[in-house]
Design a protein around this ligand. Structure first.
Ligand SMILES: [Zn+2]
Length: 461
C-alpha cells in the first residue's frame, strides 16, 4: 500500500482561518433514528431528547464540533419551518445552536437533499402520480419503466408503540407500509427490525430543488451556524436507470442531440452535470445569505462505475461547487468483530479498499478541505479508533452517531480527543502505538467481545 494522502497547506487553510488551529473532532446526532444505530425511524424519540445532556456529553468527551442532521431521509425538518414538515414540533436547530454557542462548539447542519420520503408521498398523492420523484427508465424485476423511484427503505424501521395500530401510525408517518422485517440479521442491510417505510429519490431537475433551496435559505437566515453540508446530493445508488422523467429526457435531447440515455458517455456526463448544478445552487443560496458559513457535500466513495454510473457524483465537478467535502468512510458498518470473524474480515477488506480508494482519488476533489466522517456505532472501540486515525488527512475526523455509541467507545473517544487536542491542523494522524495504548486502557474497564478477532488484544503491552 502506498503513502497515505495528506492535505496541502491550501486545503488546510480554510478550516484554520475559520475554526482555529485545533484539529476537528466532531460528533453527530441523527435525532429521528432512535436510541441505538441507524435502524429506527422514531419521532417520539426525537421529541423526548435532551439537548443539554447531549452537548454536555460531547464536551466532556473532548469533542469540539457538533453536527446535527436537521433533515434525514424521511424528510422531516427539526427546525422552525414555514416551508417544510416538522412532525416533532421542536426547534432542535435553535436548541442546539444556543448550547453550541455556550460551549464554543463548531456547529454544523447536515441536510438530506434528493432523498425525501415524506415529500415523495406528499407531492405524488400517495405516490400514485408522477410529481418530483425520479422516474425509472427500464423494466426490472421490482419496477417497470415509467414507475417513480419509490422503494422500500433500506435502513430505517418503525416500531408500533403499545396499543397503536398501523393505520394510526400512518397518520404520523404517511409513507409507512404494512410490511414488516421480523428478524434482525448481522449484514448491514438486515439489521433493522420493524415496519418498513418507503423512500423516494427526487429528480434533481424537478421543483424538489426549489423546495430544497427554500429550506436551505430558511436555515441560513434563521440560525447561527458554522457550516451547512449537503447529504444525498446524488441519485439513488441502488438503481442505474434514473432519471427518465420528461424534464430529463427533453433536457438531455436538447444538450446532446442523437445520444442515447443509459448507453452513451454523454448521458452520464449529463447526470453528473445535473448534480453539480444543484451543488452550485445549494452553495450559492448559503453564501448569498452568509459568506462565512462553510459549505460542504457528503461523498459516497466507491469505484467510478458506482460514483459515475449510479450516483453521478463527479468528485471534481462537485468539488468545485463548495468549500469542503466529507467522504463517508464507514468500513465497520459493513461488519464488526462483535458479530464474528466473517464480519470483521469483510469489514477489514472494506477498510483496505477505502484507504486505497482515497489514496487514488483524493486529488479529484480539487484544492478543498477533506474532512472524513466515520461511524462510532454498530462497531467496537478498536474499529472506531482505527477509522479515526486512518481517515484523518490533516483536519481531524467526524463521527456519527451520538445515540448508540457504547460507553467503551465514549471512553476511547475521550482519550483519543486528549491526544488530538495536542495536535495542530496539518499534523499527521495519531499512530498505531497511541491508539493501541488507548485501547489497552479502555479494555481494563470494558473487556471487549471476541477479543481474539482484534488487531490489538487486551493483554498486549
Ligand atoms: Zn428527471
Amino acid at each position: 500500500m502506498g503513502k497515505k494522502p495528506h492535505l496541502s497547506e491550501s486545503q488546510l487553510s480554510l478550516f484554520r482561518e475559520r475554526f482555529g488551529n485545533k484539529k476537528i473532532f466532531a460528533q453527530a446526532l441523527m435525532p429521528v433514528r432512535g436510541p441505538a444505530g441507524f435502524r429506527k425511524l422514531d419521532y417520539e424519540f426525537a421529541k423526548a431528547i435532551d439537548p443539554r445532556e447531549i452537548i454536555d456529553k460531547c464536551v466532556e468527551n473532548g469533542f469540539n464540533a457538533f453536527g446535527l442532521v436537521v433533515k434525514d431521509t424521511d424528510g422531516a425538518l427539526l427546525s422552525d419551518t414555514k416551508v417544510g414538515w416538522n412532525p416533532t414540533g421542536r426547534d432542535l436547530v435553535k436548541e442546539f445552536e444556543e448550547l453550541c454557542q455556550e460551549h464554543d462548539l463548531i456547529y454544523i447542519l447536515s441536510i438530506t437533499n434528493m432523498n425525501d420520503a415524506y415529500r415523495g408521498w406528499k407531492t405524488t398523492n400517495g405516490y400514485k402520480e408522477n410529481g418530483t420523484v425520479s422516474i425509472h427508465i427500464k423494466d426490472k424485476r421490482k419496477h417497470d419503466a415509467g414507475d417513480p423511484a419509490v422503494h422500500k427503505e433500506g435502513e430505517m424501521r418503525v416500531d408500533l408503540p403499545e396499543g397503536r395500530t398501523i393505520d394510526e401510525m400512518r397518520k404520523e408517518i404517511p409513507f409507512l407500509t404494512g410490511d414488516i422485517d421480523e428478524k434482525e440479521g448481522a449484514s448491514r442491510g438486515a439489521r433493522g427490525k420493524g415496519y418498513i417505510p418507503l423512500t423516494a429519490f427526487h429528480c434533481p431537475r424537478s421543483s424538489h430543488i426549489d423546495y430544497m433551496i427554500e429550506i436551505v435559505r430558511e436555515l441560513v437566515n434563521n440560525y447561527q451556524v458554522d457550516g451547512i453540508f449537503a447529504d444525498y446530493i446524488r441519485y439513488d445508488g441502488r438503481h442505474k436507470d434514473l432519471c427518465g422523467c420528461e424534464r430529463c429526457r427533453e433536457a438531455f435531447a436538447r444538450q446532446h442531440p442523437g445520444k442515447k440515455m443509459l448507453k452513451s458517455p454523454e448521458w452520464y456526463d449529463f447526470k453528473e452535470d445535473t448534480i453539480a448544478t444543484y451543488g452550485r445552487k445549494f452553495n450559492d443560496a448559503i453564501k448569498e445569505a452568509d459568506p462565512q458559513v462553510v459549505t460542504g457535500w457528503f461523498n459516497l466513495p466507491g469505484p467510478k462505475l458506482f460514483t459515475r454510473k449510479r450516483i453521478a457524483q463527479d468528485y471534481s465537478k462537485l468539488g468545485a461547487t463548495m468549500d469542503a467535502v466529507v467522504p463517508m468512510l464507514y468500513p465497520y458498518l459493513a461488519g464488526t468483530a462483535r458479530d464474528g470473524w466473517r464480519w470483521r474480515w469483510l469489514a477489514n477488506i472494506v477498510h483496505w479498499y477505502f484507504k486505497r480508494s482515497m489514496r487514488k482519488r483524493i486529488h479529484e476533489y480539487g484544492d478543498i478541505p477533506v474532512l472524513a466522517i466515520t461511524n462510532s456505532v454498530e462497531c467496537n472501540a478498536e474499529e472506531m479508533l482505527i477509522s479515526c486515525k486512518d481517515y484523518d488527512y490533516g483536519l481531524g475526523i467526524s463521527l456519527f452517531k451520538y445515540f448508540g455509541t457504547t460507553e467503551a467507545q465514549w471512553l476511547a473517544a475521550r482519550k483519543y480527543a486528549a491526544l488530538l487536542d495536542q495536535q495542530e491542523i496539518g499534523d499527521p494522524a495519531l499512530g498505531d502505538e497511541q491508539v493501541k495504548r488507548i485501547l489497552v486502557d479502555v479494555y481494563k474497564k470494558y473487556p471487549p467481545k471476541n477479543k481474539h478477532l482484534l488487531k490489538w488484544k487486551p493483554e498486549s503491552k
